[in-house]
Design a protein around this ligand. Structure first.
Ligand SMILES: [Zn+2]
Length: 410
């Protein structure tokens, strides 16, 4: 096959576009594929009025490498002038409007960017950092534009830190059961306005269609949802994923205090046990179970706090809201008499929010989606060593977890 034919095939060209020549530039290790257009009459992109070509504009697109040779497509693109819509170049089949890369190159770049940092991708693809970043941003814009607005049914709202200073965003994700969470929206900061903006961008019918919104005990999000979602009193769910963390924190602060006191008496029983108390018993490695059982059986404040936390895990297994309410009452009575200040504090907080904890028994928000979402965002922050720039953090969340169709059309 001759090289002209080869590139015609590779670029998928058909009438009126064709490869005119293929030029190897050895000193630059580059290949230039010249494409020409034979059609002299084109329609305006907007009104379809047919017009003769008025001139030509030379343009260049980076294409996939050919055996390490940087490959460029160059073409004189016909320019037409519509009486109504002005001067315009005609669309080329191998690239999107205004792009300096062919669709295939852009597609590859997106795949690379999904796997590594902008810096690494730009080195691998031999483009500048700005170009790689531009491909990412265009991919997100493209994805958002195409996104079908199916009304969200189950949502999770969370604040996420960019990992540097007090730089927060508000993330709204779809958490439909059995599917990985996808981010719907990322707002600036974690105040009420951040979430208000999301609700205000939804049509009324979509806001009505929302069935459940999972969130932590955070007044700003709660108030925003109450103001914007009809029937929100029965839709807000303070879910196990968020609440168990508060209890875990309480156990940990009991352990730290007790450890300090014990160490003062030369007792290091609690040394290095932090994570054992935070895990559920079934997640403790087999090899540590016996030692842990022995430890939690001792008269320690920490083991009491742990038992209260574990007992609260059973709360989520109640079958009806009524059973759950009863269970909570007895748990609360025990927690409040525990003389463990951090646990008491959490118990009181839970009691205050009980109505929207009990909504769990109607909506059954599972941990999987929320946990997956949290881990993926934490992974992005870690990979970026924290984001200094909030816009970049927002773009990355949508690029990686937005569930968007990022690619240019083939
Ligand atoms: Zn026109």
């Amino acid at each position: 096959m001759k090289d002209v034919q080869l590139y015609r095939q590779i670029l998928g060209l058909s009438e009126p576009w064709d490869v005119k020549s293929v030029r190897l530039i050895p000193e630059a290790t580059e290949i230039e594929v010249e494409v020409e257009c034979t059609q002299k009459v084109w329609a305006c992109g907007q009104c379809r009025e047919r017009m003769h070509v008025q001139g030509w504009e030379k343009r260049r697109w980076r294409h996939l490498d050919s055996c390490q040779f940087k490959t460029w497509v160059v073409a004189e693109v016909p320019r037409v002038i519509c009486q109504q819509h002005g001067s315009q170049t005609v669309p080329v089949p191998w690239a999107e409007k205004f792009s300096r890369f062919t669709r295939l190159f852009e597609r590859l770049a997106i795949d690379v960017l999904l796997e590594c940092s902008v810096k690494a991708a730009s080195e691998m693809l031999r483009i500048s950092w700005d170009e790689a970043d531009g491909i990412k941003q265009r991919a997100v814009a493209r994805g958002l534009e195409r996104k079908e607005s199916e009304p969200p049914r189950m949502l999770g709202v969370d604040e996420k830190s960019a990992g540097r200073g007090q730089n927060y965003v508000t993330v709204v994700a779809r958490i439909e059961p059995g599917k990985p969470a996808t981010v719907e929206y990322v707002g600036d900061g974690r105040k009420q306005e951040a979430l208000d903006a999301y609700w205000q961008g939804l049509p009324e019918t979509h806001r009505e269609a929302v069935e459940a919104v999972a969130m932590d005990l955070w007044e700003a999000y709660r108030n925003s949802t109450l103001e914007h979602v009809p029937g929100a009193e029965r839709k807000i769910v303070h879910d196990p994923y968020h609440l168990m963390k508060h209890l875990g924190d309480a156990v940990d602060s009991v352990r730290r205090q007790e450890h300090r006191v014990l160490l003062g008496q030369g007792d290091d029983r609690l040394l290095g046990t932090k994570y054992q108390w935070l895990r559920g018993w079934e997640n403790i490695p087999e090899s540590q179970r016996e030692a842990f059982d022995q430890l939690k059986g001792q008269t320690l404040k920490t083991s009491r706090a742990w038992a209260l936390k574990e007992m609260f895990r059973d709360f989520w297994h109640m079958t009806t809201e009524m059973d759950a309410r009863d269970y909570f009452q007895s748990w609360y009575a025990w927690a409040i008499r525990s003389r463990l200040e951090p646990v008491k504090k959490v118990a009181q907080m839970l009691k205050r929010h009980l109505p929207n904890i009990l909504t769990y028994f109607t909506h059954r928000i599972t941990n999987a989606a929320l946990e997956g979402l949290n881990n993926r965002i934490a992974g992005l922050v870690k990979k970026a060593y924290g984001y200094r720039n909030r816009e970049r953090f927002k773009t990355d969340i949508l690029f990686h977890i937005g569930g968007l169709n990022l690619y240019p059309t083939a």
